[in-house]
Design a protein around this ligand. Structure first.
Ligand code: MD6
Ligand code: FE
Length: 213
């Protein structure tokens, strides 16, 4: 298929110390990435997990790589097997690993070796409350986040839950790389507005590559 959405040259927007948005960085690889998400989800289906407090998440998730992020009554953690099947998570496809490494390098983080890729799927109304990503062993490594499909409003805060937040729209192909001084900053996603994206229909997908170690 001719990709009418991959023509723009990428550009960078600083977000915070250590954090940058690489606009449209993943546009060229969007179709391939969506096909790989589909393949991963056949082995490890999207599921809405329960928080430790017993709330069902509105975002459906799966993972690939040596580790996957899971939540249940026992808490948030990384696990080397899919709790639903007891099988190892699907391998992280080489093209995804390489895309994440290129994005990290572009943002000044060379030598990034993610071992986990969490894949989020949002339907209209789905959201991600303000949170910190702190379940990874290696907090010195950045996180690379790839957005595909419908746009979403991203809230980017500061070191405390009540820090002022800025809102930015993350669109198809945008990649956020962040680490360093803002690695533990609070962030979230506002409820997804309904829409119809030519490549993903009513969904938004987000992939986050982490060194969970
Ligand atoms: C999302 N992203 O974009 C949710 N976390 O759907 C995250 O929670 C996130 O984009 C850590 C680093 C980058 C992220
Ligand atoms: Fe996060």
């Amino acid at each position: 298929m001719l990709d009418l959405f991959a023509d723009e040259a990428p550009w960078q927007e600083p977000l915070a110390p250590g954090a940058v948005i690489l606009r449209r960085f993943a546009s060229q690889e969007a179709l391939q990435t969506l096909a790989l998400i589909d393949a991963v989800s056949h082995e490890a289906p999207f599921r809405q997990m329960a928080t430790p407090g017993g709330h069902r998440m509105s975002v459906a998730m799966t993972s690939c790589g040596a580790r996957g992020w899971v939540t249940d009554a026992q808490g948030y953690r990384y696990a080397s097997r899919d709790p639903q099947s007891q099988r190892p998570w699907p391998e992280m496809p080489g093209v995804l690993l390489q895309m994440a490494q290129r994005a990290a390098g572009e943002a000044g983080y060379s030598g990034f070796t993610p071992d986990a890729c969490l894949i989020n799927r949002y339907e209209p109304g789905a959201k991600m409350s303000l949170h910190q990503d702190k379940d990874e062993q290696n907090l010195g490594a950045p996180i690379v986040s790839v957005s595909l499909g419908l746009p979403a409003l991203f809230l980017f805060g500061g070191p405390t839950r009540t820090s002022p937040t800025k809102r930015c729209l993350l669109e198809h192909g945008d990649v956020v790389v962040w680490g360093g001084p803002s690695r533990l900053f609070y962030h979230g996603i506002l409820p997804l507005k309904p829409g119809n994206h030519p490549l993903t229909g009513e969904f938004r997908y987000n992939l986050t590559f982490r060194d969970a170690g």
